[in-house]
Design a protein around this ligand. Structure first.
Ligand code: BGC
Length: 700
């Protein structure tokens, strides 16, 4: 988004600005009090967040254009999975492996947000997350760097589609740079002690991808990384982000993270924090006031070179040029009425919700027949309009949420008796709740229980040490099972849960996550077979918390066959890439166009997939590689491609993947991408643990 041409133009603008005005560009506030109004009037502030409504934003833009400085404002907002039309949480939607759909949800979010004056979206969150205790796993695309990179690109493309001329464009702000997901113990804000190699192999690829896609801004993370918090981390921000990844856009701090350098023990006071922030390359100071209060003096005292301020201001102004803000900054105040919650967007929300659902277990009880006589709906999330929205559904209105009760009611004829009982609250028992629910279960042909987490049990700083279904709900489930074995468990949650007991004791488990406003319709479609489940997990489900960290692309060790634990199997309960359908797919005839290639050559791997069941269905075909022996040890499997195909009963399709340098390369000792001669295992399959395998030899 920001390029040399715009930077040059920005340089000309910056030349005519006073030092105070230039520093103003670097200042962002998330509140609008007298002090901030004052800065607006003086033209000494560059951006805001947390101000909303076209009317208010127009007023701000008009006021700043009246100042001497006349540089329009960037207006940021957290639009994580929808602005007013609320889609599934990002972790859920990643399970669709549907890049076009993901892009579309972001384009809609951006279209809606921009119609009310927002021009910077603090998303996508592209942190790789391997620890389900960490609440922010809900906001990302799971554990895999390849999939994470593809989704990062799709999301940036969507947010920055900008196919309008009646308002400013929107920039995405990819976050949180970097290794934020590696917070020790899954405790948000904790430091991350991560090797250079893991940073580069695991955490960096989605950022590289977002930059290649033209992402206009990047937010640096709160955490300490190997002793240097990111808001003052010169190596990661200047050397890696700017020099190596060639990022030309704007770096925004996280909320007050420049000032937090003091609590990290990385700066004595706000002055030193400002010094370290600007030196490291943080362009915008979000809400801490640290830059506003200190940069002027730091320059005047000769401690900070004015060129550093110029450089940051140039990037910010170049971004404003790219957003077309100098031509149009005001919004038609009626525009949002035409844009927001358009019927087409709600249809996309339903499609997204259906495709995010992962069927974890089914002994044949699902799909349910619509001709049943009676059904019991039990659990605190059956008729809940708030929690299905999930974390960060900031402007989502619970009124728009379709509950499971409503979704099922609208699907069944009036002859079917629907018995509803809440049973308990999400975290508390209800007096007599279990007894009432048991009665309801006893009297019904089948029971659907909707259990799980509240929307605010994941997201920022909402970490958990236990990953079970919360106690009162688990008890309810155990009690219901005593009176009716035909229990389908529908889970609403923002992270993997530990479900060993449930897997052993229940006939069916549907992972429905927090699916946004169309939750109830999507879940009803899956339960009654109007939509065949097709989602696959993008994050591993452990058997118990003690297995964490557990992820599919681990190393082999020198003793791979040795037992890992005395007290639990070493495999996860549900692996990465796993998910069932109401039909069955068979994989056969894996072929490589050549089984030996020279360095630099490309080949095609192909396999056939047949729908051997009796329903049409979609399958996410996954392609993995393992480099058997190399100068640096490689993971036991690495996802390198996937394709989503639809097959009618009996239909066969051939799926192809290209294998070349991109797929075979590793980062060598000096962190250069190289392909080394040797043997590679090529695998095409339905998930990260099953599939067809062939060997490929690469020779000099
Ligand atoms: C979060 C960011 C968010 C910012 C602004 C911070 O607390 O970490 O993800 O964009 O607040 O709301």
């Amino acid at each position: 988004m920001v390029n040399e041409k715009l930077l040059k133009q920005a340089r000309e603008i910056v030349k005519n600005m006073s030092l105070e005005e230039k520093i103003g560009q670097l200042v962002q506030y998330g509140k609008l009090k007298e002090r901030q109004w004052d800065l607006v009037k003086k033209g000494q502030i560059g951006s805001f967040l947390n101000v909303s409504g076209a009317k208010n934003i127009n007023e701000l833009q008009r006021e700043i254009l009246n100042s001497d400085c006349k540089i329009p404002l960037i207006i940021g907002d957290d639009v994580i999975h929808g602005y007013k039309t609320i889609f599934p949480i990002p972790l859920a939607l990643s399970c669709s492996f549907d890049l076009e759909l993901i892009e579309e949800t972001c384009a809609i979010s951006s279209e809606e947000a921009s119609s009310e004056g927002i021009n910077m979206i603090f998303a996508p969150m592209i942190d790789i997350a391997r620890d389900p205790r960490w609440g922010r796993v809900a906001e990302g695309a799971g554990e895999d760097p390849y999939l994470g990179s593809e989704i990062a690109k799709a999301r940036v493309r969507g947010y920055q589609r900008n196919n309008w001329n009646d308002r400013p464009f929107v920039t995405a702000c990819a976050k949180h740079y970097i290794a934020y997901g590696a917070a020790e113990g899954g405790r948000d804000y904790n430091g991350a002690d991560v090797s250079e190699r893991t940073i580069r192999e695991v955490y960096l690829p989605p950022f590289k991808a977002a930059i290649e896609e033209g992402c206009g801004s990047i937010m640096c993370s709160f955490n300490d990384l190997n002793g240097e918090p990111l808001s003052g981390n010169e190596y990661m921000l200047r050397k890696v982000l700017r020099d190596e990844l060639n990022f030309k856009g704007v770096v925004v701090s996280d909320w007050e993270s420049v000032e937090e350098l003091i609590d990290h023990g990385f700066a004595e006071d706000k002055k030193e924090a400002a010094y370290k922030g600007i030196k490291a390359g943080v362009d915008i100071d979000m809400n801490s006031g640290t830059y506003e209060e200190n940069l002027y003096n730091l320059v005047k005292e000769g401690l900070v070179d004015e060129a550093l301020i110029d450089e940051a201001a140039e990037r910010i102004i170049a971004l404003k040029l790219a957003l077309n803000l100098f031509n149009i900054s005001e919004i038609d105040e009626k525009l949002s009425e035409k844009v927001i919650r358009n019927k087409k967007y709600i249809d996309v929300a339903l499609e997204a919700a259906r495709k995010s659902i992962v069927l974890l277990k089914n002994d044949g009880i699902l799909p349910l027949s619509k001709n049943i006589k009676s059904i019991a709906l039990i659990g605190p999330l059956v008729d809940d309009k708030v929690n299905p929205l999930g974390c960060w559904a900031c402007k989502g209105d619970p009124k728009n949420v379709v509950t499971v009760l409503e979704g099922i009611k609208s699907k069944l004829s009036e002859d079917v008796v629907i018995n509803y009982s809440k049973g308990c609250e999400i975290l508390e028992e209800i007096d007599g709740g279990i007894e009432e629910a048991k009665k309801v279960a006893e009297d019904s042909e089948v029971v659907v229980m909707v259990l799980g987490e509240a929307g605010n049990m994941s997201g920022e700083n909402n970490n958990r040490a236990y990953l079970d279904i919360p106690k009162p709900q688990k008890r309810l489930l155990e009690e219901i099972l005593k009176v009716n074995k035909r229990v389908v468990l529908v889970l609403m949650n923002g992270r993997p849960l530990t479900l060993e007991w449930e897997d052993k004791n229940l006939p069916a488990i549907v992972e429905a996550w927090h699916l946004g406003e169309q939750s109830g319709n999507a879940i009803a479609d899956i339960l009654f077979g109007d939509f065949n489940p097709s989602g696959k997990l993008t994050i591993t489900f452990p058997r118990c918390v003690g297995q964490i960290p557990i992820y599919y692309n681990h190393k082999n060790t020198g003793r791979p066959t040795f037992k890992k634990y005395l007290d639990v199997e070493e495999t996860p309960l549900y692996p990465f890439g796993y998910g069932l359908s109401y039909t069955k797919f068979e994989y056969f005839d894996l072929e490589l166009s050549k089984e030996e290639i020279k360095l630099g050559e490309k080949i095609i791997a192909k396999a056939k997939i047949k729908n051997v069941g009796d329903r049409e269905g979609e399958e996410i075909v996954q392609f993995y590689i393992r480099d058997i022996s190399a100068s640096i040890t490689r993971p036991v499997k690495e996802l390198k491609g996937f394709k989503k195909i639809s097959l009618k009963p009996g239909e066969v399709k051939e799926v192809e993947f290209e294998i070349g340098e991109k797929e075979l390369a590793l980062l060598d000792k000096d962190y250069n991408f190289v392909v080394e001669p040797g043997t590679f295992k090529i695998c095409i399959g339905p998930n990260s643990v099953e599939g067809l395998e062939k060997e490929l030899k690469v020779v000099k």
